[in-house]
Structures are given as C-alpha cells and as structure tokens.
Design a protein around this ligand. Structure first.
Ligand SMILES: Nc1ncnc2c1ncn2[C@@H]1O[C@H](COP(=O)(O)OP(=O)(O)OP(=O)(O)O)[C@@H](O)[C@H]1O
Ligand SMILES: [Mg+2]
Length: 250
C-alpha cells in the first residue's frame, strides 16, 4: 500500500485556482523533493494536505495510509502521522516547548491506543531529539517559537518532528534561514530519522540541500501541477539550466 496517493488535486484560495490537477504517490522509505518557480503552489500543496483552513479542495482525492485524508480534521491528520514543517513557523506565546511537546506526544499515543509516555521516557526522548537536531536547553524552556530567530524556529520544527516520528514529513523550505553549519546539522538529523517506514516530501529551491538529503525522486512543479519528474540528477540539471530550459526540454 502506498503511504500517500494524491490524485488530480485541485485547490482554490479565495476562488482562485492554485493547484490544478496535482498528482503524486509516495511509498514508505522514499524521499521526494519538489522544486519549482515562486508562486507555483508548493506551499499551497503542503497547507492543503495538512488541512489548513481557507484551502478549498474543489476536486481530486488524497488517500493517506489507506484512509481518505480530505475527510479528516486538521488535528486528526497530525495524529495519523502527517507532519508539516512550515516555511514560516508560527509562534505559540505562553506555552512552553516542553509542555507543548508532552501534550502532542501523548495525544498521538492516545490516538494509537497507547498509554501516556512515562516522565523518564519523555525526558530521554527530549534529550535524544534535541541532541540530534542541535538545540540547547534554554530554548526548550521557552514558549514555542516566541522570539526565536528564523533559524531557531526551523530547528525547533525538526526537533518536533524528531519527537513525533511522523509517517510523512513535509519540509517546506527547510534551507531558508539556516546557516551553513545548521543546515548540515539539521540535514544529518533528517538522514538519521529516515527509515523504511517513513517518508519525506522536501520543498526546496536549492540543489545544495539535496546534496545533504539525497532524494529518491525530484519533481518540478509549475502552475499548480507536476510538469517533470526524475531522479536526483534532475535537480542538478535544473541548477545548470534553469526552469525555462528544463521545462521546454523533453
Ligand atoms: N492566502 C492567500 N490568499 C491569496 N493568494 C494566495 C494565498 N496563499 C497563496 N496565494 C497565492 O497562491 C499562489 C501559490 O502560492 P504558494 O505559496 O503556494 O507558492 P510557492 O510555490 O510555495 O512559492 P515560493 O517558492 O515563493 O514559496 C501565489 O500566487 C500566491 O500569491
Ligand atoms: Mg512556498
């Protein structure tokens, strides 16, 4: 069974059609990258999949782990194991990272008919995940993303991902805002989190990220749908040719 099947997805924002028949299947164990010009609908795809309000699906279907994703509420999609690291992460003032993570980890466990995580296991998970991603103890005590720098917010997203171990993680422009060392560190963390049961959808403008996190497939998106797919070499071709040339070449 495919992890996710996206068929002929059409999405409107304010009555304007942004996704115009988007198709993509992802199996467990795979890493897919999506590249494409600004304003093409990459972030819209990510938002529509996680169920952000204001993204109106007008046609198509999405099957996630054998279930109809589009029928699920936004929270349910997360509990089922879909995770999105936003291009611009949101702040949650007044809620400490640790309390927030305890709540979401337990919510996911409850959804899977598991007991709440024990305090010892939780602290070990926090320790392991923060070490993996390279975030410090001070950040963990602060409110979620409040006053975090752009790069700290990005790291925090990956920390949350490490804690939650989603089936499918969508990473939207992970590389924007991270310095070179942080990017390498976070990419290594993602490589360690990769396994045969999960999958990643990486949205990026730059080949460089894909040197660190090597994708199985690269898709080029334009005007609301995928126009070309290939292996990791497609990203390199794109870097040297640019979108116009690569999209006109068959
Ligand atoms: N809330 C909104 N209201 C109106 N238009 C929107 C909204 N969100 C997105 N759009 C429009 O939808 C189109 C696709 O936007 P989207 O953010 O998905 O592009 P993108 O491919 O992620 O681009 P980038 O590479 O710049 O991040 C753009 O023309 C954008 O202006
Ligand atoms: Mg975007």
């Amino acid at each position: 069974m495919k992890l996710i099947e996206i068929k002929n997805l059409h999405v409107n924002i304010d009555d304007k059609e942004i996704l115009k028949g988007f198709d993509l299947d992802i199996n467990r164990g795979e890493v897919h990258a999506i590249m494409g010009p600004n304003g093409t609908g990459k972030s819209t795809l990510a938002s529509a999949l996680v169920g952000k309000p204001d993204y109106e699906v007008t046609a198509g279907k999405v099957i996630f782990k054998g279930k109809d994703l589009l029928e699920m509420e936004i929270e349910e999609r997360a509990l089922e194991g879909l995770f999105l690291a936003f291009q611009y992460p949101v702040e949650i003032p007044g809620v400490s990272m640790i309390n927030f993570m305890k709540t979401v980890v337990d919510a996911r466990r409850k959804h899977n008919n598991e007991d709440p995580i024990s305090p010892v296991d939780f602290l070990n998970l926090v320790k392991k995940s923060s070490k993996l991603v390279g975030i410090n103890d001070k950040m963990k005590g602060r409110a979620v993303n409040e006053g975090f720098s752009g790069g700290e917010k990005k790291k925090n997203e990956i920390f949350q991902m490490a804690m939650l171990q989603p089936d499918l993680a969508i990473l939207d422009e992970l590389d924007s805002g991270l310095d070179i060392d942080s990017l390498k560190h976070v990419a290594e963390a993602i490589n360690k989190l990769r396994n045969k049961n999960n999958a990643f959808l990486i949205i990026t403008h730059y080949q460089r990220l894909l040197d660190y996190i090597v994708p199985d497939y690269v898709h080029i998106m334009n005007d609301g749908k995928i126009v070309k797919s290939g292996g990791k070499e497609l990203a390199m071709e794109l870097e040297s040719m640019g979108y116009d040339d690569i999209m006109s070449k068959n």
